[in-house]
Structure formats: structure tokens, C-alpha cells
Design a protein around this ligand. Structure first.
Ligand code: IMP
Ligand code: MG
Length: 175
């Protein structure tokens, strides 16, 4: 099996879009206590760039979303990264994610976080895959819509590889 990478979104386009998202978040949350909940591991690169361009105070926390079975499909089972509860009661929370595909992971995560009593709960995802039959999720901040293909780079992996690519590429597996 050979792997090919086909460039989809350049580092330059990502940089421009991330700046726009940060500007939008800054404008929307002036004066409100803000928490960014970053989904490990894929969203860390995106979050690092995004947070350095947000112009208001915020705190960060992390959750890990674990899935079972095949590596490219998620079961939507979500596990918080630490056994203590996230302290987000009364906070305006933005979940920072790399990609929403079927939406199962995000739906489960939002349900878990909602129980912790945030003042508001929004989603910021760099990518949204156009998948038929995906869970309907209200996404307030979205970087790019992409076709239903597997992508890597800018934090996103295939079997833990390619996270270090500056841009985003389609991964093509040839048998
Ligand atoms: P969902 O539950 O199907 O929406 O899957 C979301 C999670 O699966 C994301 O947080 C990613 O970790 C992973 N994922 C989905 N599609 C891709 C992809 O194309 N490349 C890398 N990871 C992906
Ligand atoms: Mg992820």
C-alpha cells in the first residue's frame, strides 16, 4: 500500500482564515469570561495559532475524545482528559476542534460539557467535512468546508503521522 498526499489547503490560506476566526471570537466575547476547551490531539496546532490571535483574556482546558475500532471513524465516545471535572460553570465555552466529520464526537462532547453548566457553549472547528447523514451540529465558528475525504496535516494525523505538515493535504491510499 502506498500513500500519496495531495495539497488541499495551503498554510497561507489557513493563516488568513485562523486570523479571521480569532477576530470574530474576540468581537463576540468582549467582557465575558471565556474558556477554550481544546480537543486533543489534532486540534492543538490550530488552537496554538488561534489563541495567540485572540485579543481578550481566556483560559484553556483540554479534553480527549477517544474512539474505538477503525482509526478513520469515530464511535462518538468521549472521555474527559482528567478525572476532575472541568471548571466551566458560568463560563462562555468554545470547543476548539480540528475537524467535524460525522459529528458523533462533537455531539457527545457537547452533551458532556452541557452538564457542567456553562453560560454558553459554542463550537470552533477548522474543518467541516461534507458528509451525508452527519449529525446536525450548530457550528458558530468554522474555518473551511471540505469534501468527504481523509485529510492530514496542521495537527491532523493518519496513524499519528503527518501532523507536522504546515498545510492540509488529502491522504490517498493506493493498494
Ligand atoms: P467524527 O466523530 O466522525 O465527527 O470525527 C471527528 C474526529 O475524527 C476528529 O476529531 C478527528 O480526530 C477525526 N477525524 C475525522 N476525519 C478526519 C480526517 O479526515 N483526518 C484526520 N482526522 C479525522
Ligand atoms: Mg480530533
Amino acid at each position: 500500500m502506498t500513500e500519496k498526499l495531495r495539497p488541499l489547503i495551503s498554510a497561507r490560506r489557513i493563516k488568513k482564515r485562523v486570523a479571521e476566526l480569532a477576530e470574530q471570537i474576540t468581537a463576540d466575547h468582549d467582557g465575558a469570561p471565556l474558556t477554550l476547551v481544546i480537543v486533543l490531539k489534532g486540534a492543538t496546532v490550530f488552537a496554538a495559532d488561534l489563541m495567540r490571535q485572540i485579543g481578550i483574556p481566556f483560559v484553556i482546558d483540554f479534553v480527549r475524545a477517544s474512539s474505538y475500532g477503525k482509526t478513520t471513524r469515530s464511535s462518538g465516545s468521549v472521555v474527559l482528559s482528567e478525572d476532575r471535572q472541568l471548571d466551566i460553570a458560568g463560563h462562555h465555552v468554545i470547543v476548539v476542534e480540528d475537524i467535524v466529520d460525522t459529528g458523533l464526537t462533537m455531539a457527545a462532547l457537547l452533551e458532556t460539557l452541557r452538564r457542567l453548566g456553562p453560560a454558553s457553549l459554542d463550537v470552533c472547528t477548522l474543518l467541516r467535512k461534507q458528509v451525508t447523514g452527519a449529525a446536525s451540529i450548530d457550528i458558530r465558528y468554522q474555518g473551511f468546508a471540505i469534501p468527504d475525504e481523509f485529510v492530514v496535516g496542521y495537527g491532523m494525523d493518519y496513524a499519528e503521522r503527518h501532523r507536522n505538515l504546515a498545510g492540509i493535504s488529502k491522504l490517498i491510499l493506493d493498494k
